[in-house]
Design a protein. Structure first.
Length: 138
């Protein structure tokens, strides 16, 4: 199970009312790539070489590639489909693009909460992977 650390602040608002402000911890990932971002030619991921995954938030999934596809790939979603998913959940990946993941349209991912519309896919640099906390490494 993935546990997210939350910062909790309290402010007294007159007449005994209490307001609670909840702020999520900042993401260790760089800002999301632009919508429609794809992998460069020659760096496509073979879907049968995808291993572990980690759910970062409701729109971000990290996939571990091995073999020729070695590396960590960031897949962002459009519709918050990972909102009820945890990293231990199985994901169904349906090949649309002939077993290769190059662009958002090449695969369909189904999570616990339904179909995930993929917005972008990028490969993280070795420095970005090294900066990930242990709990986010697939």
């Amino acid at each position: 199970m993935r546990i997210v650390a939350l910062g909790l602040g309290l402010a007294i608002m007159g007449a005994g009312a209490v307001s609670v402000a909840v702020a999520a911890a900042p993401s260790p990932l760089p800002p999301p790539p632009p919508s429609g971002a794809s992998l460069p030619k020659g760096q496509c991921v073979l879907t049968h070489e995808l291993g572990n995954h980690v759910v970062v938030d409701q729109d971000t999934l990290l996939l571990d590639g091995f073999g020729r596809s070695k590396g960590v790939y960031r897949v962002t979603m459009k519709n918050g489909c990972l909102r009820s998913a945890v990293s231990s959940d199985p994901l169904a990946i349906r090949q649309v693009g002939g077993g290769r993941l190059c662009a958002p349209r090449d695969v369909e991912i189904r999570a616990r909460s339904g179909f995930c519309a993929i917005d972008s896919i990028v490969k993280l640099s070795p420095d970005e992977v090294a900066a990930l906390p242990r709990r986010l490494r697939p």
